[in-house]
Design a protein around this ligand. Structure first.
Ligand code: FAD
Length: 456
């Protein structure tokens, strides 16, 4: 038995946990960071970074396939998946090493092993008792399945999808949310047949409806098949593949079924309930300052109900470290967290959808403008189609920006400043947008909503 005492103990070293550790150490706290796997968590090892590397390799394949229309003669000979994996793992290894170095340089103590909360101030890791004046719960999430749908063999989640060393011929994807459409994008670019099954009426169903519809058109054009508003009933598998049955009775044959129906909180059997932490369906309940009902115990990242995104986890981690240090940081609501889906085409948004804005402010108080990327020079050069939609309150601030098109994720910075700072389109419209960039399209949408459409 050994005992270790810190100012702050953090259970889980993913985006939320390690960001809290880095900020707390900067603020002079001693930190014990407990991790059962690898610091960096889901995002670095099996989430954001590996999938974005795959998406880049998919974009390169598309560029080779489509090169002739730009006057470049290249042929796509094939996809060497093990080589793609080596490229991807190289990025992860380098970022992992950098993070380990930073944690060490900041004097943060990492404790390897599976932790369990045993009191509001202690976490047990094997024989070690780790005590802190404050504790942050940051244990993240896991790929969820549906009741009765067992993962194994040809029925896989995103984690097994990352382990594949070949391009499947045909994949069925259960779930048309971010993870489902991103993997579909990769496999389609690499030549696979893809069919997505989504219970809701749209792909990327959390986005503004106009964006979802445009996304569906783009996916159809790419030859990605999808079935909307349909319920999965069951799947059988053998050596040759899977047969997926829908409630309608329709069946789909494929090599694999990717289950991408969302992520559940990793909170079972970790002592949270025993210590009295209030929970709801496995998620840890907090107030807006991320305090649980147990004094001194905070929660961050994917275990807190709301958007499950790495930058939200980072922001939570930094917020709680500053909160504990008494700096009274500003609360950022989930509504104003930027979201990007890195498929081809990309989708990026921040703030209220048109439907939500109308609900909140009343239809007459909302003005919205859709800028068609066909009018933007850089979009022509990139040969991308799409829209940039800006929603404002009449005579008031920008409350939502929704975009679809190649690389629009890179435009979300300005959009999120506008929404988070309650900027009026009149404030932003006079700002310069470099030419030729797709950023100009955002500028033009602001101009139009300020009553001065330049080209419209
Ligand atoms: P995690 O990153 O899951 O970290 C939790 C850590 O806690 C893990 O390292 C785990 O090993 C550890 N842990 C759990 N229990 C214990 C215990 N008992 N003892 C010790 N350690 C424990 N987000 C984006 O913003 N952009 C993206 O492009 C993006 N792409 C994604 C793609 C995929 C395929 C997936 C699966 C996710 C993606 N995400 C993306 C989501 C992002 O990865 C998560 O939102 C983020 O990792 C959440 O951070 P977290 O700190 O809450 O949890």
């Amino acid at each position: 038995m050994s005992e270790h005492t810190f100012d702050l103990v953090i259970l889980g070293a993913g985006s939320g946990g390690y960001a809290a550790a880095l900020r707390a150490s900067q603020l002079g706290m001693t930190v014990g960071l407990i991790e059962k796997h690898k610091v960096g968590g889901t995002c670095l090892h099996v989430g954001c970074i590996p999938t974005k590397a795959l998406l880049h390799a998919a974009e390169v394949a598309d560029a080779a396939r489509d090169s002739a229309k730009f006057g470049v003669r290249a042929t796509l000979e094939g996809i060497d998946v093990p080589a793609v994996t080596a490229y991807r793992e190289g990025i992860i290894a380098s970022k992992y090493k950098g993070l380990q170095g930073l944690i060490k340089a900041r004097g943060i103590t990492t404790i390897e092993g599976e932790g369990r909360l045993t009191s509001p101030t202690t976490v047990q890791v094997g024989e070690q008792t780790i005590t802190g004046k404050n504790v942050i719960l940051a244990t993240g999430s896991y790929s969820r399945s549906l009741p009765g749908l067992e993962i194994g063999g040809r029925v896989i989640t995103s984690e097994q999808a990352l382990q594949l060393d070949y391009v499947p011929k045909k994949v069925a994807v259960l779930g048309g949310g971010v993870i489902g459409v991103e993997f579909s994008s990769v496999w389609r670019s690499w030549g696979a047949e893809v069919v997505i099954i989504e219970a809701l009426p749209h792909l990327v169903p959390n986005e503004d409806e106009a964006i979802s519809k445009q996304f569906e058109r783009a996916y159809r054009k790419r030859g990605i098949d999808f079935k909307l508003g349909v319920r999965f009933q069951g799947v059988t598998q053998d050596d040759n593949g899977v047969v997926v049955t829908l409630e309608s009775g329709e069946t789909i044959e494929a090599d694999l079924l990717l289950v991408a129906v969302g992520r559940g909180p990793m909170t079972a059997n970790l002592g949270f309930e025993e210590v009295g932490v209030a929970m709801d369906r496995g998620f840890v309940l907090t107030d807006e300052r991320l305090r649980t009902n147990v004094p001194g115990v905070y929660a961050v990242g994917d275990i807190v109900p709301g958007l499950q995104l790495a930058h939200r986890g980072f922001q939570h981690g930094i917020f709680v470290a500053e909160e504990i240090a008494g700096l009274q940081p500003v609360v950022i609501s989930d509504v104003n967290v930027p979201k990007v889906t890195y498929s081809e085409p990309e989708v990026a948004s921040v703030g209220l959808t048109e439907a939500k804005a109308k609900e909140q402010y009343g239809e007459a108080q909302i003005a919205s403008y859709d800028y068609n990327l066909a009018g933007n020079g850089k979009s022509h050069i990139l040969e991308t189609a799409g829209i940039i939609k800006v929603i404002r309150v009449v005579d008031g601030p920008v409350v939502g920006v929704h975009m679809i098109g190649a690389r629009v994720g890179e435009l979300i910075g300005e959009a999120q400043l506008a929404v988070n700072w309650d900027a009026h389109p009149e404030d932003i419209a006079p700002l310069l947008h470099a030419h030729p960039t797709q950023n100009e399209a955002l500028g033009e949408a602001f101009l139009a909503l300020a009553g001065k459409p330049l080209h419209g």
